[in-house]
Design a binder for this molecule. Structure first.
Ligand SMILES: Nc1ncnc2c1ncn2[C@@H]1O[C@H](COP(=O)(O)OP(=O)(O)O)[C@@H](O)[C@H]1O
Ligand SMILES: O=P(O)(O)OC[C@H]1O[C@@H](O)[C@H](O)[C@@H](O)[C@@H]1O
Length: 443
């Protein structure tokens, strides 16, 4: 296990300006310093709760200390009922706390803690937060499919703590972290070359390790390590250079957060399938793609999910039978010609390729900001690892392959050899548990 460096975490939530690369962002939230010493000395049982855009995961991590590292981890994943994403605040947090209580109630003797000691939790909250301390932060705004107005501006740790009390669950939230920062922390724990993390899941985001003196707007004390983590919230990137179409603009207007998260809406899992649906609908209306009548199901927003899109895109059968079954089962289109099915696969390919190439452009922007996108004369290129996670990256192989090929194309053969993309599976959960351990109230 590499001795992990001490990282001083600076949290910032960026709101994109018109022309946004990291270096032209304007900070909208107070920056807060967080000392994160992910040394490998942590021992004991720690928990993580990861609230994402589609699922939430409860994780128990057993850390073995100096040489033991990560002894084992067990987790449960539950889908978030859609109605809780736009319902009452207490309903969402009561559901989460109840699932947490269920997970703990199933534990055996081996998970008993010393008397008087509470279970400790790292809370991964995959939404923009104005971080106010290691274990507190207020929700800046909702993204993806969530929209619970009464929670905006509220401290999400306070909400979770109250819900746990209502469930009589004795657990202490030791750390609050964004999933991208958790993935970076988890990745860095095992590999010191990890310099950035990218999530491509229901939503998207990136975080990277920045040189402290390269943050002009930072006015706090400089960390001893000289490094800080920037949570970019890059999903909110917006630029006149983004290749937006009428389909993107209509999707944005119909969304829960019009005008926001534009980059996320063209590259992430919640939206790719919906863009394909909108394109097919127009082709049905204006070019009779499915014959004289427009299939009624094709008019239903989000009926075509990105997993369905990737299944059609990955269809290798000569008669595209997977495409045929998706059209039948989801859109109630009983039969189509092979020619029509090939058009549908091409539409999936175009939308996925655009998303993947834009995601790669985002990664290049980070490498450029870190000065790692070009080989300097006479200098040996230091290895840079990008920790990737998220269901879209993990399951949409055509997308992730296109993204990685684009990185090579944009970096060139020589530099791309020094840049490695690794799948940090559930890095955010492990990262959150590590943060909980490193900020334990029992230290
Ligand atoms: N087979 C698949 N093909 C393409 N995309 C997928 C597939 N499975 C899941 N996804 C995408 O991944 C997202 C879930 O990402 P994940 O990281 O697991 O959860 P969360 O976004 O809740 O953190 C889904 O919303 C979907 O867009
Ligand atoms: O893991 P998920 O749900 O796909 O979330 C990824 C990103 O989704 C964005 O919408 C959030 O603003 C980010 O904070 C988050 O990191």
């Amino acid at each position: 296990m590499n001795e992990s460096p001490h990282l001083r975490f600076e949290y910032s939530v960026y709101k994109s300006g018109e022309e946004v690369g990291v270096d032209v962002c304007s900070f909208i939230a107070e920056l807060i310093l967080r000392l994160f010493s992910c040394s490998s000395h942590e021992t004991g049982l720690y928990y993580a709760l990861d609230l994402g855009g589609t699922n939430f995961r409860v994780l128990r991590v057993h850390l073995g200390g100096q040489n033991g590292g990560l002894v084992n981890q067990e987790f449960a994943e539950v889908p978030i009922p859609p109605e809780l994403m736009t319902g009452a605040a207490d309903a969402l947090f009561d559901y989460i706390a109840a699932e947490l209580a269920k997970f703990v109630a199933q534990e055996g003797q081996e998970h008993e803690l010393p008397p008087g000691r509470k279970r400790e939790l790292g809370f991964t909250f995959s939404f923009p937060v104005n971080q106010t301390s290691i274990a507190s932060g207020t929700l800046v705004r909702w993204t993806k499919g969530f929209s619970i107005d009464e929670l905006v501006g509220q401290d999400v740790v306070t909400e979770l703590t109250r819900a746990m009390k209502r469930q009589n669950l004795e657990m202490h939230v030791s750390a609050l972290v964004n999933d991208t920062v958790g993935t970076l922390a988890g990745g860095r724990y095992t590999n010191k070359d990890v310099a950035a993390a990218v999530i491509l899941g229901t939503g998207t985001n990136a975080a990277y390790v920045e040189r402290a003196q390269a943050i002009p707007k930072w006015h706090g004390a400089l960390p001893k390590s000289g490094e800080m983590v920037i949570n970019m919230e890059w999903g909110n990137f917006k630029s006149s250079h983004l290749p937006l179409t009428e389909f993107d603009n209509a999707l944005d207007m119909d969304s829960l957060n019009p005008g926001e998260q534009i980059f996320e809406k063209v590259i992430s899992g919640m939206y790719l399938g919906e863009i394909v649906r909108r394109v097919l609908l127009k082709m049905a209306e204006e070019a009779s793609l499915f014959g004289e009548t427009v299939p009624s199901k094709l008019q239903v927003p989000f009926i075509l999910r990105t997993p369905d899109m990737s299944a059609m895109h990955h269809d290798t059968s000569s008669d595209l039978k997977v495409v045929a079954s998706k059209l039948k089962d989801i859109l109630e289109i009983p039969s189509t010609s092979l020619k029509t099915r090939k058009v549908i696969v091409e539409v999936c390919n175009i939308i996925a390729t655009r998303g993947a190439r834009l995601a790669a452009a985002g990664v290049i922007a980070i490498l450029r900001k870190m000065g790692k996108d070009v080989a300097k004369e006479g200098e040996l290129l230091q290895k840079t690892v990008i920790a990737m996670d998220g269901g879209l990256y993990e399951h949409y192989n055509e997308y992730s392959k296109c993204m990685e090929n684009t990185l090579t194309e944009l970096l060139g053969e020589e530099v791309s050899k020094a840049v490695e993309v690794v799948h940090a599976n559930d890095g955010s959960g492990i990262g959150a548990a590590l943060l909980a351990a490193s900020h334990s109230q029992y230290l």
